[in-house]
Design a protein around this ligand. Structure first.
Ligand code: DGL
Length: 260
């Protein structure tokens, strides 16, 4: 079982940012990544639709022997992780906007959260942010339209304009922390940093989630300690082309097609 792969899924290339953290922390692990670009974006879908998509992706990964699954998507995590845990018996690790570390660091007591509508309207986000924000004010904005532009990366000008439209008002209100609540956003970290300026700290929790993945796997005795083989990484994409995923992976891996 220990040499079985860890499964990942996201609505496209965003989850690769988390996949990179996990695989650099646990270089012996074999992985399977689903880029479910055909259903992108998840953020505008109903909870029922997100549950159905997440279950389908999970089934696909379990059928290929995955020993644990990382939901490399805030929208899928905040809407579906408890449903998946009820349905399937393997461990699931999710990613949620990093409210706690941002709230602890904030001096202005104002933090910005950029995430999808699906994440920001979920019960889990509501509960976690209430538990962790303390006396800090959350200024949240739906990043509508960002995922599509990040996936295509053909029109940086439109992307910059849209980011400015969402981020400038937060900066004006005095945030000193910006939480990236979607795994696609670290892909444009540099643009985001330029827009918010040096006084705003940009927070994502990919590294913390990678550490949590290792802890969960350790406690379930699922870690692959065999370092004699190089790891096997498989990527599946159901989108119309592989341009974006190939680019993020620097053309290092073959991309397989799947229907969904
Ligand atoms: N990467 C996903 C997330 O973290 C994107 C969601 C979407 O497809 O809207 O939320």
């Amino acid at each position: 079982m220990n040499s079985h792969p860890i499964g990942f899924f996201d609505s496209g290339i965003g989850g690769i940012t988390l996949w990179k953290e996990v695989t650099s922390l646990m270089p012996n692990e074999n992985t399977i990544y689903i880029s479910d670009a055909n259903n992108c974006p998840y953020g505008d879908k109903s909870i029922d639709e997100i549950n159905e998509i997440s279950s389908k992706n999970t089934r696909f990964l379990i059928d290929r022997g995955c020993k644990t699954i990382v939901l490399a998507c805030n929208t899928a995590t905040t809407n579906s992780i408890s449903n998946l845990r009820d349905k399937f018996s393997i461990p699931f690790i999710g990613i949620e906007p990093a409210i706690k570390p941002a709230a602890l660091k904030s001096k202005t007591k104002k933090i910005g959260v950029l995430a999808t509508k699906g994440t920001l309207t979920s019960n889990l986000f509501f509960e976690t942010s209430n538990d962790h924000k303390g006396d800090v004010e959350l200024i949240s904005t739906y990043g509508e339209g960002l995922i599509e532009l990040i996936e295509s990366r053909e029109d940086d000008e439109r992307l910059v304009k849209l980011l400015e439209q969402y981020l400038h008002p937060m900066v004006k209100k005095g945030i000193d922390q910006l939480v990236l609540g979607c795994t696609h956003y670290p892909l444009v970290n540099e643009l985001i940093k330029k827009i918010v300026g040096n006084d705003v700290n940009v927070v994502d929790c990919n590294h913390a989630v990678a550490l949590q993945t290792r802890r969960i796997m350790e406690s379930n005795k699922l870690l692959n300690n065999d370092n004699t083989n190089s790891p096997n990484y498989q990527f599946f994409n159901n989108g119309s082309d592989d341009h974006a995923i190939k680019k993020v992976l620097e053309n290092k891996y073959e991309i397989f097609k799947f229907e969904s």
